[in-house]
Design a protein around this ligand. Structure first.
Ligand SMILES: [Zn+2]
Length: 119
């Protein structure tokens, strides 16, 4: 169990660092919000094309952020399960999750049979 815990904690740290480069965390809700790039650039020098590019960029960051955030939530919930002693059980059938699955992805929530039932 310890090896998964350290793996998860390491990944959590990396994800949080990555998230911090793209956005900021809302301390009240724990949600991450994308921050626009080039904040030091004055608004006045931006023409329409720049604005469009900026908006597009922001969209991209927001969706990338969502992916990272949901990954982070998976890791957090796996860590919580380690604490409560329920780590490694499939959320669908309750059986043990295959060890090789956990080796590849320590935040797996289901056994191999049930992996497609969870989105
Ligand atoms: Zn299962």
């Amino acid at each position: 169990m310890e090896k998964y815990k350290s793996k998860l904690e390491e990944e959590k740290k990396l994800l949080e660092e990555e998230l911090a480069t793209m956005g900021k965390e809302d301390v009240e809700t724990g949600d991450w919000e994308a921050t626009p790039e080039n904040d030091n650039k004055s608004q006045e020098v931006l023409d329409d094309a720049d604005m469009a590019e900026r908006a597009e960029d922001y969209e991209e960051r927001s969706s990338a952020l969502l992916v990272l955030e949901s990954r982070l939530n998976d890791i957090k919930s796996a860590l919580t399960k380690i604490e409560s002693g329920t780590y490694g059980s499939c959320e669908i059938c309750g059986k043990k999750i295959e060890e090789e699955r956990l080796d590849i992805n320590p935040s797996s929530k289901t056994c191999e049979m049930d992996m497609e039932k969870v989105v």
